[in-house]
Ligand binder design. Structure first.
Ligand SMILES: [Fe+2]
Ligand SMILES: [Fe+2]
Length: 194
């Protein structure tokens, strides 16, 4: 019998390089571990991990055309395109594509997939798990990922705060475009702490 993982990997291989398929599997496993620890549905978290980057390797022009053709509601789309950052659309496109292909029938799972790059001002539990799991999956070797990985087991909100701060810090260091939704998420997390 062909295992379920083999089937999912071959579905992903239609769109992704083998290293990205490996990353997806790593995020899927780690997200399901975090879901168990924090009281979310492990099978939803695992599925979100498997498919979150489905459209990650699409060219900018294809991502943009897809979002327009399907009228996907992406916050500040014009700003994203003005800054030539169409890559930021891949979470929204992955979620939509996964629905069309019947890979992710559950809406909440797709919402988490859509939000995994930019975040959202009010992150739900599954959103947080995928966002943190993507940044800190075991295939990520950098020090920031190791630090988030440690926090993620005992304090998901602290892991989320750290992840957002690292992502924003990285963009600022590169003098890059900061998406307003990520800034809004950061400000919401500051408020929570105050
Ligand atoms: Fe991604
Ligand atoms: Fe990813």
């Amino acid at each position: 019998m062909i295992s379920r993982n083999v089937l999912i990997r071959s579905e992903l291989a239609r769109e992704l390089s083998s290293s990205r398929v490996d990353h997806s599997q790593s995020v899927a496993r780690w997200a399901s571990v975090l879901a168990r620890l924090h009281g979310a549905d492990p099978s939803r978290a695992e599925r979100a991990g498997w498919f979150h980057d489905l459209a990650k390797e699409w060219r900018s022009s294809r991502l943009t055309a897809y979002v327009r053709a399907h009228k996907i509601a992406v916050p500040h789309l014009r700003l994203i395109l003005a800054h030539k950052r169409a890559g930021l659309l891949h979470g929204y496109v992955s979620a939509h594509l996964a629905q069309r292909r019947g890979l992710v029938p559950d809406r909440q799972t797709r919402v988490a997939m859509a939000r995994h790059t930019l975040g959202h001002v009010r992150m739900g539990l599954l959103d947080k798990i995928l966002y943190v799991a993507d940044f800190s999956s075991p295939d990520r070797r950098y020090a920031q990922a190791v630090r988030v990985r440690r926090w993620a087991r005992r304090d998901l909100d602290e892991a989320l705060r750290l992840t957002v701060s690292y992502k924003i810090g990285d963009v600022v260091q590169r003098s890059g475009f900061l998406h307003p939704t990520t800034v809004a998420l950061w400000n919401a997390l500051c408020k929570e702490q105050a």
